[in-house]
Design a protein around this ligand. Structure first.
Ligand SMILES: *Cc1c(COP(=O)(O)O)cnc(C)c1O
Length: 439
């Protein structure tokens, strides 16, 4: 049996000082029915270790940021070297252009950009620029897509995609929530209806081109094209939130995979390789509205921090063509291996994968071959969080660390070996067998 005394103890200590003992709610493991979370002591390559000395194969990868696995030698070297030259200057460096140039070459729709420190900042700022450019106030987002925690994004549609949006969080003024309209992912009619009902008021449509915060939900054929067309017809900016998908599903992000050019793009996670970097950018004429060139204010003490930028550059440089092919083949093997290991266990799991993003949906008493999870409504209708929690705990006992909440993405890194993948598939078979027996 796995030891967990120390994690338990550390959690009681943390609760004395930190709200709920954590600095981000999902880390509490409440989503998988645990009374205390794992406390992490270190991570290296594909492995993560908790305070009790247990080793796990890590599929959280810092929520997708650690695409090379943890403590990749070239990234650590870059960070060490940068640190000796000072931790932060709050002034311009040539290093920032090195990172920006790499981003621009890989994602040409980003003609001009800003580096910021978190995905939340990137989406918040992109929205501000979109509003300034279009001189309109409302934004359209999709139910089940996450864009960080700024006020305007903590909103989901009421039932039936009502025009009246209500906030998902206390403390969000209703006046702000009212400007966020919520459409259904993979449903163009829901978007055009909102545009119709709010004629000449919508500044932007923001979307995760592959949704990664409700499990993994790929865009259906024509969905992103349709958004592109609807936005162009109505003088609305299209923002791709590629905080997860950028440099993940392809070097050029989802926009290169599906060949759609958004007006603005938000990046985060992978571009910092585990350090605090995010970015927003896009068409030059839009981005030129940002201060000091234009009237849109946006700033940051630690923006373009030299250590984070160094980590980002080293990460992007390690993401070679062969790194992406290894990611693809390992992810394919993992996805199909887990799917196959449900055979004859009586457990029904729908697996949806785009590159190294894998979503597992536990859909009791439904044949996963007969449907797709297309949006958040499908999840609510078909999926069981409780079954995911059982699977999570079984896997955790077997030394596999999955996201501690249902409907998150399982991330494969370039550090995962064939052996890691095979071990994970074997563990999943045992977990499904246990679950099939009602444990
Ligand atoms: C993680 C995430 C964000 C927020 O990024 P933070 O760095 O956590 O603020 C925004 N959008 C998407 C799609 C994300 O997955």
């Amino acid at each position: 049996m796995r030891k967990e005394n120390r994690s338990k103890k550390l959690f009681s200590r943390a609760q004395k000082y930190l709200v709920g003992g954590v600095n981000s709610p999902v880390r509490s493991f409440k989503g998988v029915g645990k009374e205390f979370p794992l406390f992490i002591s270190k991570a290296k390559g594909s492995k993560i270790y908790d305070a009790d000395g247990n080793q796990y194969i890590d599929y959280v990868c810092s929520w997708g940021a650690s695409i090379l696995g943890s403590a990749h030698p070239s990234v650590v070297k870059a960070v060490r070297e940068a640190a000796t030259k000072g931790l932060s200057y709050g002034a311009a460096t040539d290093l920032e252009s090195d990172l920006a140039e790499r981003i621009q070459k890989s994602i040409p729709s980003i003609e001009l950009m800003r580096l910021v420190s978190s995905g939340t900042e990137a989406t918040m700022s992109a929205t501000r620029v979109a509003r300034a450019f279009t001189k309109k106030n409302k934004i359209v987002k999709f139910d089940g897509c996450y864009h960080g925690h700024s006020d305007g994004f903590l909103v989901r549609g009421g039932s039936g995609l009502a025009t009246f949006s209500i906030a998902d969080s206390a403390g969000v003024p209703s006046s702000i929530a009212a400007d966020t309209l919520v459409a259904r992912f993979n449903d163009l009619d829901s978007v055009s209806n909102l545009m119709e009902q709010n004629r000449s008021q919508v500044a932007c449509v923001i979307v995760e081109p592959v949704a990664g915060n409700m499990g993994v939900v790929p865009p259906e054929e024509g969905f992103l094209e349709g958004l592109r067309r609807l936005c162009a017809e109505n003088e609305i900016l299209l923002i791709f939130d590629e905080v997860i998908t950028g440099f993940r599903v392809a070097r050029g992000g989802a926009q290169s995979l599906y060949n759609i050019g958004p007006d603005l793009t938000c990046l985060g996670k992978v571009i910092g390789g585990g350090m605090n970097i995010a970015s927003y950018g896009g068409r030059k004429e839009i981005m030129e509205l940002v201060s000091p060139l234009g009237p849109v204010y946006q700033a940051g003490t630690l923006s373009g921090n030299p250590i984070a930028v160094a980590a980002g550059i080293a990460t992007l440089d390690a993401l070679t063509k062969s790194a992406y092919s290894k990611l693809e083949s390992n992810s394919k093997k993992l996805g199909s291996g887990i799917a196959k290991s449900t055979d004859r266990t009586g457990v029904n799991v729908k697996i949806q994968r785009v590159g190294s993003m894998i979503g597992l949906f536990f859909c009791p008493n439904q044949d996963p071959k007969e449907f797709a999870i297309r949006n958040y409504d499908d999840i609510m209708k078909r999926c069981s969080k409780e079954d995911y929690a059982k699977f999570f705990n079984n896997m955790s006992d077997a030394g596999i660390y999955l996201p501690p909440s249902a409907f998150e993405t399982i991330f494969v890194s370039t550090a995962h070996s064939n052996e890691d993948i095979s071990k994970t598939i074997d563990a999943s078979r045992l977990a499904f067998e246990q679950m099939g027996k009602g444990n």
